[in-house]
Design a protein around this ligand. Sequence first.
Ligand SMILES: Cc1ncc(COP(=O)(O)O)c(C=O)c1O
Ligand SMILES: N[C@@H](CCCC[NH3+])C(=O)O
Length: 438
Amino acid sequence: MNEQLSASQLNAAGHLMIGGCDSLDLAQQYGTPLVVYDVSQIRHQIRAFKRVFEANQVNYEVSYASKAFAAIAMYQVADQEGAHVDVVSGGEMYTALKAGFPLSHASFHGNNKSYDELVMAVKNNIGVIVVDNFYEIKLLNQVLTELDARVKVMLRITPGISAHTNKYIQTGQVDSKFGFDLESGQADRALEAVLASPRMTMIGLHAHIGSQIFELTGFEGVANKLVEVANHWQQRYDYQAQVINVGGGFGIRYTKDDQPLRPEEFVDAIIKAIKAAVASTALEMPAIWIEPGRSIVGPAGYNLYTVGSRKDLPGYRPFVTIDGGMGDNIRPALYQAEYETVLARDPQAPLAEHVRLAGKYCESGDILSQDQALPKTKPGDVLAMLDTGAYGYAMASNYNRNPRPAVVFAENGHSQLVIERESYEDLVHLDRPYTEAK
Ligand SMILES: Cc1ncc(COP(=O)(O)O)c(C=O)c1O
Ligand SMILES: N[C@@H](CCCC[NH3+])C(=O)O
């Protein structure tokens, strides 16, 4: 059986179970394509992160990077688990507010926050704004003056560390579009500007080097770099950072070729690196914040699809086509991301062939998997793609005017629809007829 599944995930009939629910029943009840989250896996990972901090006796926040999957239900689960969240847009903030998530427990990120978004954040008592650039410092000062308000801020630093990951998801290299550069002195000037603002309370510094990272060295590098900056700021400006936020990026296992550490092992190493670095300075130990997205929701997510057409060509790997594709998961087309897929009614069935799993979109690049070993399949079979919970639904589109799938949360044998499937009516809801201009 696929190594990413455990025997406990099969029921007596041999079907794949997700959150204690039979995946075939879920496909039947809610239709496909369907995104299903095993909620207890989400909770389990948040708790595992918290335990590492507690074992190391440091103050902390586990800030769920909600861009990985944002929905009212997800913000509710984050809140139930006492997680902090990171939001990157007015839309994520709005969704969190609708979920009743206290924005005072959220950080607001982004390299081009708009005036309206800053107003929204400040009016709703955002916990902290992670300031990215000089334009934002000016705009935020303006907003704070107009609203006669104060806000906590952190500065996002570009640490000059290139993570070994797809270049589209690297963010820590010197010429990244995010954050203040250290070498050129931008970061110092940003600190001066923030300390000079009577309305901003500077609480700490942030860096994020990228996503789906497997090596510890990048994380240890960023930990050391942030302590070095904090130390420099204390010596030069008498400013003591209360928080060091190392971002997220902990890699997860998508296929058998991926052998990452457990997410909490990355964090343990980061905490130890920060503690050791701080011990060699006169700094007081700051709180450590992390911003995991993928590692919290990725492994908890499954995409269920129904098999339709098939194309066989002598000498070529066959195409097995499912009822979804790049509209519900752009990652294979965008990053050559790979996934494992199993036959939901019998993940243990002997593998019979290698196929290309094709999507239904009008695009040659719409291949979810270039080489997937599967048992013999037939139209109507349900396939379960594993570990799709991060940046799948979150990056879904309506390309070809295909409605986006439904999302279901499954836990302890119960399932609940948390995002409805889009209807054709939803697709035209915002359209307005055009009257020819004469
Ligand atoms: C600032 C920031 N924090 C956290 C994350 C979450 O990263 P990941 O989902 O890889 O944990 C990202 C995305 O890469 C990010 O840009
Ligand atoms: N969307 C990317 C990760 C980018 C994270 C955002 N900073 C992915 O699917 O891997």
